[in-house]
Design a binder for this molecule. Structure first.
Ligand SMILES: Cc1cc2nc3c(=O)[nH]c(=O)nc-3n(C[C@H](O)[C@H](O)[C@H](O)COP(=O)(O)OP(=O)(O)OC[C@H]3O[C@@H](n4cnc5c(N)ncnc54)[C@H](O)[C@@H]3O)c2cc1C
Length: 411
């Protein structure tokens, strides 16, 4: 610790804003500084591939707090400037404008960045990715003039963007390397639900394909060449091939990293005065008994609140069940739990997967590791309780919609 009592947050997005809110709510009245590389004041990203992209939600609706909230809570919000280095020994960070800020406690909420495609033509105009509000604006503008879109990668962002493009009346081709969209995450049976959904909505979903090159003329992308020699003509290419954690500052500062910034259950890094939360944190999860990095909204909402309390010396352990949601066409779903690819031995479905009204459970040795409710609502607390219970369940009862999920917990 230094004589300086400043609590400094690097990364001004959902996680950073929630940490600032909690620090003030918990009574911290010392200097509070938040630095963000983006010019926009802290906002939430989910709408960027959904209602905001569709033009159904205005820019004001995406912000975590109204702009005046920061001044009202005496948060020194410095936007449009990146932190370029952390100096743990000196308890300071360097900024791109040449200045330095001292801290007593530092929270890194630097999030993640889209992975870049490494094929020829990936740098052409018209090859877009989606992370920021500006990216979403760019894609929205492209949708105005494009009649064909090629989406590379059928992950959550790729599929949501494909759904938005279809809603805008655009011909969509989705190109996916695996046999099915989301196969590694969901397994065959549930992945098939998403494949069918998109095909029914008119998406040309091509799975098991390799991208050889993005072609262009006059610097503008005009097609995607596949390894089998076939070509998809397009006006715009959207890549959704995953994200990587922005942990470079931490690793350059000598903090322990590995798939993000390694932190304990209190969100504290290998330096006792530096914490991390949100997409960038690989946090020890007491329930799972290992480090996990969660790239989802609910984690960026709740985890920094625990980090802020830990920064104030409170005794906390972040152990919420991981949760995320998606909306595509008329499919809405919530997923609770955590399963590594191949980490389950059975999927049990309650309800009608063909009608897309069901709950799927991923089990290992009879224990529910995760559950996904698709167009079935108000079951999330019960699913989370099953995951938390960590005890074998009766599969017939799990499958049977007449058996209340609540009755399966704790047997
Ligand atoms: C289009 C889209 C749709 C999504 N939809 C869903 C959804 O439906 N459901 C769901 O659960 N999740 C969804 N997510 C994921 C969710 O938005 C993320 O998990 C969440 O944004 C993570 O928040 P964060 O604050 O940890 O990081 P980020 O939101 O990545 O913010 C990190 C911030 O730190 C800044 N930063 C980075 N490095 C520096 C530096 N050196 N100096 C200063 N600032 C820096 C960045 O510019 C950025 O503003 C979606 C994400 C996207 C992009």
């Amino acid at each position: 610790m230094t004589a300086d009592t400043t609590h400094l947050i690097v990364g001004a997005s959902l996680a950073g804003a929630k940490a600032a809110e909690t620090l003030r709510a918990e009574g911290f009245d010392g200097p509070l500084v938040m630095v963000g590389e983006e010019r926009e004041w802290p906002y939430e990203r989910p709408a960027l591939s959904k209602d905001y992209l569709l033009g159904k939600a205005e820019r004001e609706t995406i912000h975590v707090h109204p702009r005046q909230w920061y001044a009202e809570h005496d948060v020194d919000l410095r936007l449009g400037v990146a932190v370029t280095a952390v100096h743990p020994g000196a308890h300071q960070v360097s900024l791109a404008d040449g200045s330095r800020i001292g801290y007593a406690r530092l929270l890194l909420t630097t999030g993640s960045s889209p992975r870049r495609l490494s094929v020829p033509g990936a740098g052409l105009d018209g090859v877009l990715s989606l992370r920021s509000a500006e990216d979403s604006d760019r894609i929205k503008a492209a949708f105005q003039s494009a009649s064909r879109v090629a989406v590379i990668g059928a992950g959550w962002i790729g599929l949501e963007t494909a759904a938005a493009a279809r809603a805008a009346g655009i011909e969509v081709t989705v190109l996916e390397m695996a046999e099915l969209p989301l196969l590694r995450v969901l397994g065959r049976q549930v992945a098939q639900v998403f494949a069918t959904l998109h095909r029914e909505q008119g998406v040309d979903l091509r799975c098991g394909v390799q991208i050889a090159e993005i072609t262009g003329s006059g610097g503008q992308a005009d097609g995607v060449l596949l390894a089998d020699g076939s070509r998809v003509e397009t006006d715009v290419v959207i890549t959704g091939v995953g994200i990587t954690p922005n942990s470079q500052l931490a690793s350059a500062a000598g903090l322990e990293t590995g798939n993000g910034i390694r932190v304990d259950a209190r969100l504290r890094s290998s330096d006792p005065d530096i914490y991390a939360a949100g997409d960038v944190a690989s946090a020890f999860h007491p329930l799972l008994g290992k480090h996990i990095r969660v790239e989802h909204w609910a984690n960026a909402l709740h985890q920094p609140q625990a980090a802020a309390r830990a920064m104030l010396g409170q005794d906390v352990a972040y152990d919420r069940v991981p949760y995320f949601f998606t909306d595509q066409y008329d499919l809405g779903m919530e997923y609770s739990g955590y399963v590594e690819p191949g980490g389950y031995d059975e999927v049990v479905v309650r309800g009608d997967a063909d009608r897309r009204e069901f709950i799927a459970f991923w089990l290992r040795h009879g224990n529910v590791l995760a559950g996904m409710n698709v167009n079935v609502w108000d079951v999330n607390p019960a699913i989370q309780a099953l995951v938390r219970a960590g005890q074998p369940v009766d599969k017939n009862e799990l499958r049977d919609p007449a058996t209340p999920l609540e009755s399966l917990t704790g047997r």
